[in-house]
Design a protein around this ligand. Structure first.
Ligand code: PLP
Length: 373
């Protein structure tokens, strides 16, 4: 079945007892045990296993084309689980432009755990190759990157990693399985903050890791999920499945809107630069065209001027809401450098946009009047 069909039926079933079309939410934390001590239906306790969470995990694994999916209480819990699953002494290569939550874990959390990190320019294969050491266990990719929308060539990087026996994980939060399928391109793991496009309505926190095949790493992630307990709760799993049913039509409109916004800003006299891989002059455009089915609904741009000017543009928008996060139906605008740590290299005049489902001319007008004010 096509991925769009699978998505449209997420969380649906023919319930043998009631005939219900939509799967119920199982809130029960515990399950009946037989008099011989066995658990006839396979469920013991909801931290280990929950029917609603299992249904979400099975669906996402199928949609990504992976053998296993583990879900978590947030994207960061999922991120943390992947790194925690590595042996002490491991070395991880992360992008120099990446979601700042990962940089925070690298700088402030995992030093004590004996894991070291190195930042590479993921647009440059030689730069990555030079940083691989005998201790390197994992290369972390995020493409398009946050917030500079750089494009990493997933296939070439996974080929390089394989030569050295290194795992590759791709953060697919921005692309969803509809726009990019990293496991098909050779990646070992895909991670999602389901908080964003999969749930899609700015009202759920969740994360998930999908493994192409069962490996010692994926088994360790499963053990961490069950033992450490940062599991996705049943209601969040159910809401996420509800969101996924409309993902393909939401994302199509959002991508179209984003492309129009990028083109509009690229031609605007008060804009210095636009970062969107769908623009033909974007340095990653040709790779993006090969590995993505659309260019996504996230973009960033630099205004002519300094941080103050960027703040004042964001202050003037009426339809774009000033908030962090992304992937909801409403468009958001954010001054990114001021939410990132001080070490951030994000330009001070950069604004990041998450494009929603509004009528596109309303979005263009909103940006135009905010820029002219
Ligand atoms: C939001 C986000 C995360 C973190 O996910 P949470 O659900 O907020 O914990 C990780 N990666 C990317 C690309 C994100 O946008």
């Amino acid at each position: 079945m096509h991925i769009e069909t699978l998505l449209a039926h997420t969380g649906c079933l023919d319930d043998p007892e009631t005939g219900a079309i939509v799967a119920p939410i199982h809130l029960s934390t515990t399950f009946h045990r037989n008099d011989d001590g066995t658990y006839p239906r396979g469920f013991i306790y909801s931290r280990d296993n929950n029917p609603t969470r299992n249904l979400f995990e099975q669906t996402l694994a199928l949609i990504e084309g992976g053998e296993d999916c583990t879900s978590f209480s947030s994207g960061m819990a999922a991120t943390h689980a992947i790194i925690q699953a590595l042996a002490p002494g491991s070395h991880v290569i992360i992008p120099d432009d990446v979601y700042h939550g990962l940089t925070n874990l690298a700088d402030n959390m995992f030093g004590n755990w004996g894991i070291s990190f190195d930042r590479a320019k993921m647009t440059n294969l030689d730069d990555i190759a030079q940083r691989i050491t005998p201790q390197t266990q994992l290369i972390w990719l995020e493409t398009p990157s946050n917030p500079m929308l750089q494009i990493a060539d997933i296939r070439s990087i996974t080929q390089l990693a394989k030569k050295h026996g290194v795992y590759v994980v791709v953060d697919s939060t921005w692309t969803t399985p509809l726009l990019q399928k990293p496991l098909d391109l050779g990646a070992d793991l895909v991670i999602h903050s389901v908080t964003k496009y999969l749930a899609g309505h700015s009202d759920v926190l969740g994360g998930a890791v999908v493994a192409r095949t069962h490996t010692p790493l994926s088994e360790a992630i499963r053990d961490i999920q069950k033992s450490c307990g940062a599991v996705m709760d049943p209601f969040s799993a159910w809401l996420t499945m509800r969101g996924m049913r409309s993902l393909s039509s939401r994302l199509k409109t959002q991508c179209q809107n984003a492309h129009a916004v990028a083109q509009f800003l690229a031609g605007h006299p008060l804009v210095e630069q636009v970062h969107y891989p769908g623009l033909s002059n974007h340095p990653g455009h040709s790779i993006a065209k090969l590995q993505m089915s659309h260019f996504g609904a996230m973009l960033s741009f630099q205004v002519i001027g300094k941080a103050r000017r960027a703040f004042s543009v964001a202050a003037q928008t009426k339809i774009f809401q000033r908030a962090t996060s992304l992937g909801g139906t409403e468009s958001l605008i954010e001054h990114r450098a001021s939410i990132e740590p001080e070490s951030s290299q994000t330009p001070e005049n950069l604004l990041r946009l998450s494009i929603g489902l509004e009528y596109v001319n309303d979005l263009l007008q909103d940006l135009d009047s905010a820029l002219k004010d």
